[in-house]
Design a protein around this ligand. Structure first.
Ligand code: NAD
Length: 320
């Protein structure tokens, strides 16, 4: 087992925080998001020990100052704080509550921060068990995508006890620039899923309406200028235009690659739909958006950015 370096602790303590501050961080899930996030924490001088079942992910993180662990138990041994960003409800529940999981193997008083996007009931479930075991759990999902993770410009939306949020800030600030405390445990997930359902709906609506205007013969650039200076303006028209070639930095202008994958949009819309179902909140537009992004996925474009839905609608037009 790798030992945690005491020399480094002193550097951090003097550079950033009081001697009582958290210095040792365990990071679980070193994928597209987590790899960059863990690296950014290490860059600020914290001792970061990472775990991921993927050897490639571990090796890549090691190049960025993240010490490798071979299990969750090893990663959390001696950690003051645990950060995780994992793919699904089941993986998160297993990682925290399983026999080999975080709650069982972390020390009392450890701060546990999960940044995965999951059903709001998942953090609620973990919070109760963690609290019984003397550990503090908070949900802190993120917005900003892989670019935001790489550039440490993520937005965090946290749920849980205010004091845990405040304690988490020195770590979250290594990875992001906006940090919101949304309320009780699970409310970070509620905010995240609400944002992503709205983003999915406006993205789909932008694709559909721009396709119509272009089909009617409007110059795409003129149409976008009109929208961006009229009442239909949104993040989708200004930043994330689904029509290729109009916004150079949008995924549509790089063949819909390296964006927010359509399959992740489907995942988030399904989580949001389940949440709405649980409280019988009507989501007519959210339901249609979910179905349409599912069609994109079933046609084999799940890896493309979610704005690929424009291409699908555009092809439909050509086929008529
Ligand atoms: P990813 O698939 O690239 O990474 C997930 C990593 O978790 C993988 O490397 C996998 O091997 C690892 N993993 C699986 N089981 C594990 C375990 N038990 N312990 C430790 N590691 C384990 O996914 P990602 O794109 O990094 O997304 C991760 C989470 O962040 C998801 O919940 C996603 O919805 C959310 N998210 C993603 C984005 C994005 O743009 N990619 C944006 C915001 C939020």
């Amino acid at each position: 087992m790798a030992s945690r370096g005491t020399q480094c602790f002193l550097t951090i303590a003097s550079r950033h925080y009081s001697s009582k501050a958290d210095k040792n961080v365990a990071f679980l899930g070193l994928g597209n998001m987590g790899g960059f996030m863990a690296a950014n924490i290490a860059k600020k001088g914290f001792n970061v020990r990472g775990y991921d079942p993927s050897k490639e992910a571990l090796a890549a993180a090691a190049k960025n100052g993240v010490t490798s662990a071979t299990s969750i138990a090893e990663a959390v041994d001696g950690a003051d704080v645990v950060v995780s960003i994992l793919p699904s409800n089941k993986v998160v529940l297993d990682a925290y509550l399983g026999d080999d999981g975080v709650v069982k193997h972390s020390a009392k008083g450890t701060l546990l921060i999960d940044s995965s996007t999951v059903d709001p009931n998942v953090p609620k479930q973990i919070f109760g068990v963690a609290q019984e075991a003397g550990k503090n759990f908070t949900d802190a999902p993120v917005s900003g995508g892989v670019m935001g993770a790489q550039n440490a410009t993520l937005a965090f939306m946290a749920g849980g006890r205010k004091e845990d949020f405040e304690r988490s800030l020195p770590i979250l600030q290594c990875m992001g620039i906006k940090h919101f405390h949304c309320g009780e445990i699970g409310s970070g997930q509620v905010a995240k899923l609400t944002n992503n359902m709205l983003m999915g709906i406006t993205g789909m609506a932008t694709a559909e309406c721009m396709n119509m205007g272009i089909k009617m013969g409007l110059n795409p650039k003129v149409l976008l200028d009109v929208l961006n200076n009229s009442s239909a303006r949104s993040w989708s028209t200004e930043v994330y235009c689904p029509v290729p070639g109009l916004v150079p930095t949008a995924p549509s202008s790089r063949n819909y690659d390296n964006g927010f994958k359509n399959e992740l949009m489907v995942k988030d819309l399904e989580l949001a739909s389940n949440m709405a179902l649980g409280i019988r909140s009507p989501i007519p537009l959210g339901a249609v958006a979910t179905q349409l992004y599912r069609v994109v996925q079933s046609r084999g474009f799940g890896q493309k950015d979610f704005s690929y839905v424009f291409k699908l609608l555009n092809e439909e037009v050509k086929n008529n």
